[in-house]
Design a protein around this ligand. Structure first.
Ligand code: BGC
Length: 859
């Protein structure tokens, strides 16, 4: 019997109302205005508004899979606009589209049911890989357009994606569908102006939208959680002035992305992914090869206009400080602007990108004519590059240009720094050598993007000297093999002794048997992945949470279990559950996190006892991670974390399996919506802010994930990412390093994929040498769900097999989740045959105990 935290009243609570208000306020700052020929904001009048498209009534609040959140309800765009005072003129079209979708949904369900009868495992996989998606939109008929006002129509395009499968360059996904194009042609003929809203989690092809006369505004709404429609209406009506900025480059053509042809399924090889673009990811690629994007990284306009004036660029200790004054130069409305600071590093031994983001800041709401001065500060060493030849981070000698602007194609040189000699900022050992040789693209400055006046700006740049000796430098000492723990305590040590300071964690760990230690390092599920322990819902302590650590030491040592629950778009729990009057949760009653899928597996709901009590866990669905990042406002990202942290306290969740912080390497990654963007600095700062927000709450922690290079979903468990050590460190690990150093997350999750031939969950180099020895991470490392002993998908080439539970422990990956008897057996066998030492097992078990202790102490 676990303690029940959830309230037993179905009434909407004060907390839900407040958190929705907060989420709405945050969401308003995340939308990116891409185009506006004077049609936005919309005036609320009594003229009915025509709104079409898949996203009007079926607004997508976020992606599918473990990144989904079970909120009480979702405000769609139609409801949001109605609440704002509009009457909707296009109800007939919306009703008809609903009917089409309902029929499609029934067909999808029938397909699932017949798969289920053949093979339940295939059915689960299929439901992840081919989640239900709405069909193409209906044509709009002249009758449905009606004879009403023909001034303006709003068209909302929606997309959905999620874990387990990647997106495709095809109509209805990356491309516009036939129905969308046809609708937009009809509407632009029928109406004077059309406003297009993109209710999408990632990049889509905008060529048609930009070329079609009559489309006078494009707003990237993104996916905003359960207040989606309300927040959209706020921005469309100008109650909130849009101030979001793109965190990924939106290409003119999909084929412009460096990994366009080779990404995942694109070349038919989902076993091996060669990162041949090296460090040239996102704007680093587009700028360095001078490829014009549709919308550059950092781009976003407002209902007002701004000017920026750089006052000063200076050195303060080991940091560079840029002071910029922003002024609202418009006359109509207030607004917020960002200042983005980029740096161009000198070419030297290592090729460099045209520029890299070095820092950013956002103003408050500025009234027309109002000014604000922002200071953007960043350490000089953040401009270092990694040289695999010498296994060192270094600042190469030469001139560093500091640029200030509003997006990656609008940055101007504000100052220069000269460094006379190359400085090693960190001396390491190479840890991630590629397992195969493959060629990386070569980029020379001759190809760089440039703009009129850039050469002059360089010549005239105010130049300061960087003093080599003043730049901090370190040499990393790596840990050796752990030493077996012993204790001189003869009395039985329990967790209470540790909490009281009467014994140490070492004492407690040293007294545990190999079997007890193994219980600690394996999550509590014992059903075997894919059957009883369904993805994202294996917890028995908190219904709908993703998993628990063991409670088998509760009676003997008073070690309580930890509850781990998904994110990142909020807390993912079952909406409701049922318990008897003794607080025993009755599985199968209430609304499950799997949306009732269990019944299709032949699991009969049990009878409801007379003393049954209903409990309610309605969580706030916050904007998806990409949207949060688009705000470029770290205080808001922290507040989003704070919302989740509060709900974790309420529902008894210890660790939030979020934030996700993989890099948007290619727009087709099915989980990009769960990640912040294409830039490692931005990803790291957002994850740190989110973590600060959560960890403000006593005894609650984040689990930053998926470490690392989990940049595609098809065949994700068996995909080998081949990547150079330099690109791995500068692009794909950098964000994790920043988050670890800035916010001390309580835990981290390794990924499903392999990196250079080894499952990341089994990589000592990643999990111990880099994460702990180099960065000083002190938290717990867990696997992703079912990386060990996962069932191979016979339809795919499983060239690389699964990760190994004993190797996880050997690597320092402390906790194998969600856990299975097989994991326990494999670890105990490795201990017996000597391939795993007791000291290695103790070390991981002690880190699990440490997390339990930290969380216990705090509450
Ligand atoms: C996902 C993780 C998630 C876990 C638990 C996995 O399938 O990759 O991100 O935290 O399930 O639900």
């Amino acid at each position: 019997m676990a303690k029940i935290y959830a309230p037993n009243s179905p009434e909407i609570s004060e907390r839900e109302i407040q958190n929705m208000d907060r989420a709405r306020r945050i969401a308003g700052q995340t939308m990116v205005l891409l185009e506006n020929k004077g049609v936005l904001p919309l005036a609320v009048t009594d003229k009915p508004l025509s709104v079409y498209g898949s996203g009007v009534r079926r607004t997508v609040k976020g992606g599918t899979g473990s990144g989904d959140v079970n909120s009480r309800s979702v405000y769609n765009a139609e409801q949001g606009l109605e609440e704002a005072g509009f009457t909707i003129a296009s109800k007939a079209w919306l009703d008809r589209f609903d009917q089409i979708c309902e029929k499609h949904m029934q067909e999808h369900l029938q397909h699932f049911m017949s798969l289920l009868q053949e093979n339940p495992t295939d059915a689960i996989r299929d439901s992840l890989e081919n989640p239900y998606r709405d069909p193409d939109v209906a044509e709009s008929t002249p009758e449905e357009l009606g004879d009403g006002d023909r001034d303006l129509a709003v068209y909302i395009i929606s997309r959905t994606s999620g874990e387990g499968s990647d997106r495709h360059v095809q109509p209805g996904d990356y491309e516009l569908s036939q129905g969308e194009i046809s609708n937009l042609k009809t509407l632009t003929e029928a109406y004077r102006s059309v406003v297009v809203v993109l209710n999408v989690g990632g990049v889509i092809d905008t060529k048609f939208l930009r070329a079609q006369p009559g489309i006078d505004a494009i707003l990237l709404m993104s996916q905003l959680g359960n207040i989606s429609g309300l927040a959209l209406a706020d921005v469309l009506t100008g109650k909130v002035v849009p101030s979001g900025h793109l965190t990924a480059t939106w290409a003119e053509n999909y084929t412009d992305y460096p990994s366009a042809d080779t990404f995942g399924h694109r070349n038919g090889n989902v076993s091996d992914e060669y990162y041949s673009e090296g460090i040239f990811v996102g704007y680093r690629y587009f700028d360095s090869l001078n490829i014009k994007p549709a919308y550059p990284f950092g781009y976003g306009i407002s209902y007002t206009t701004f000017s920026q004036r750089t006052n000063r660029v200076s050195i303060a200790g080991a940091d560079i400080v840029v002071s910029v004054t922003v002024r609202n130069t418009g006359s109509l409305c207030q607004g917020r602007e960002t200042v983005q600071v980029y740096a161009s590093q000198p070419e030297g031994k290592l090729a460099k990108a045209y520029q890299v983001l070095a820092g950013f800041a956002k103003t408050k709401e500025l009234l027309p004519g109002e000014e604000e001065t922002l200071a953007i500060r960043f350490p000089v060493i953040s401009l270092a590059s990694y040289d695999p030849d010498t296994a060192a981070w270094m600042l190469e000698s030469g001139t560093y240009y500091i640029r200030v602007g509003t997006h990656s194609r609008n940055s101007h040189i504000a100052a220069a720094f000269r460094l006379e000699q190359t400085v090693v900022t960190s001396q390491l050992k190479n840890r991630l050598k590629p397992d195969e040789s493959f060629s990386e693209i070569s980029v020379s400055p001759a190809r760089f993007y440039t703009y009129p006046g850039e050469a002059q700006e360089k010549k005239e740049a105010f130049t300061l000297d960087l003093i080599a000796k003043a730049i901090p430098s370190e040499t990393i000492q790596y840990s050796g093999a752990p030493v077996e723990l012993t204790t001189n305590k003869t009395e039985k040590v329990i967790m209470d002794d540790v909490l009281a300071g009467a014994a140490s964690l070492e004492d407690l760990t040293a007294q545990l048997t190999p079997e007890e230690l193994t219980e600690l390092v394996v999550g509590s599920a014992r059903g075997g992945f894919g059957s009883a322990s369904v993805i994202g819902a294996a917890s028995t302590a908190c219904p709908g949470a993703a998993g628990d650590t063991t409670s088998s030491l509760l009676e003997s040592r008073n070690v309580r279990n930890l509850v781990l629950s998904d994110g990142p778009a909020g807390l993912r729990l079952s909406k409701t559950f049922v318990a008897d009057s003794q607080d025993n949760v009755i599985p199968g009653l209430g609304e499950s996190a799997m949306g009732g899928l269990e019944k299709y597996f032949g699991v009969q709901a049990p009878d409801r006892p007379a003393d049954a009590v209903d409990y309610y866990q309605y969580c706030t669905a916050i904007p998806i991670a990409t949207a949060l990042a688009q705000s470029l406002d770290m205080a808001l990202v922290e507040e989003a974390g704070d919302i989740v942290g509060g709900e974790m306290e309420l529902f008894g969740v210890t660790i939030w399996l979020a934030p996700g912080m993989n890099i948007h390497r290619n727009p087709l990654c099915g989980r990009n919506f769960e990640y912040y963007g294409e830039d490692p600095l931005l990803a790291g700062m957002c994850a740190a802010a989110d973590t600060r927000g959560v960890q403000k709450h006593p005894g609650r922690g984040t689990c930053i994930k998926h470490f690392a290079l989990n940049n595609l979903e098809d065949n994700r468990s068996f995909n080998n990412a081949h990547c150079s050590e330099r690109a791995s460190r500068e692009i794909y690990l950098k964000g994790f390093e920043i988050a670890v150093k800035q916010s001390n997350p309580l835990s981290l999750m390794t990924s499903y994929n392999l990196l250079n031939g080894l499952h990341t969950a089994n990589s000592y180099d990643l999990v111990t040498a880099i994460l702990r020895d180099e960065w000083g991470f002190e938290g717990l490392v867990m696997t992703d769900w079912g990386t060990t002993g996962g069932e191979l998908n016979p339809a795919l080439d499983n060239k690389y097999g699964t990760s190994d539970a004993a190797l996880c422990i050997k690597a320092g990956n402390d906790l194998v989740m969600p856990g299975s008897q097989q994991d326990v057996d494999v670890i105990l066998e490795a201990l017996k045959n000597g391939s795993l030492t007791l000291a290695e097992l103790q070390l991981c078990a002690m880190r699990v105990l440490k997390l339990v202790m930290i969380c216990e102490k705090a509450v």
